[in-house]
Ligand binder design. Sequence first.
Ligand code: SAM
Ligand code: SF4
Length: 324
Amino acid sequence: MKDRFGREIDYLRVSVTDRCNFRCLYCLPSPITLLPLLSYEEILNVVRASVSLGIKKFRITGGEPLVRRDIIYFLKEALSIKGVEKVSLTTNGYLLGDFARELSNIGLHSINVSINSLDRNNFQKITGVDGLKKVIEGIKQLLDLGFGGASGAIKINTVLLKNYNEDEVLEFARITQDYTATIRFIEYMPCGNWETSSGNIINGDEIIKQISEKVGELVRISDISGSGPARYYRLKDSNGKIGFILPVSQPFCAECNRLRLTADGYLKSCLLSDNEIDIKHILRETKDERRKSKEIEEVIIKAILNKPLSHSHKRNALMSRIGG
Ligand code: SAM
Ligand code: SF4
């Protein structure tokens, strides 16, 4: 279904939990008040209604999705819904090893793993957990099990954080010279309550320039299906890819194709807007199943039609609730 500005909305990001086993300084303030979560059945009802409106791609995120009990059951159920084309996962990777076999068997389209530092101590400084080794091991296990074949179904997401990892950017980029990996640099969005918020933004173009000057020529790759908001490059003579997601310096609102379902049952049509619609009350209060599906569809249509043309940089959004 198209929104008022002609954008085809075909993608729903679902935060299945606001809980997390990390405390990334740019995402989760501490302490947080934990929210009452939608049940899996409630989320699946939203997925079914979404499919009937042409939303075919889903990304499961959080908080940390792998900390929620029975997550594999939920992923399998979502994948089995008729009309669902792609289910992907975004994770901090800490529990990937524990679930590697199941994750590689159920038919997930892709897994994005967030790694913001390649240095053990810095990783711990950013996430609050001494977990880099475990994350890398989890990825290796998935690769050993053949997850995604050679299609680059595992991507590494790195949020650019001034004074924390800007000096590691070149090292991240060099990985794509040695491996057929996809590394994506994401501009930090000042929307949590990290004290020095906007002072922490590193401009993505600056990073592109640095990589070109210090690592090698970057060649733009134009036609990557499912690339979403990322702009992709390749280092000349390398097989890996380097992506840039620059929501602050180069907003991609004009091509935005997504809605978000928060962990506590609200539909958001823009990550950086406070506008959201309560869908939980329908899920809980409407008893007749057919009527419930109709009402959920109506809310989704409303969210699509309310989708703003561009974002407004609200700062009080909690990413773990919305799913990034
Ligand atoms: N826990 C999982 C993870 O970290 O990948 C999934 C949830 S996390 C909220 C989803 C994505 O949002 C991650 O790639 C994370 O780095 C990113 N993120 C969180 N806060 C952000 C911020 N303020 N600016 C940019 N990206 C952010
Ligand atoms: Fe947890 Fe992901 Fe937020 Fe880090 S970015 S605190 S891993 S939800």
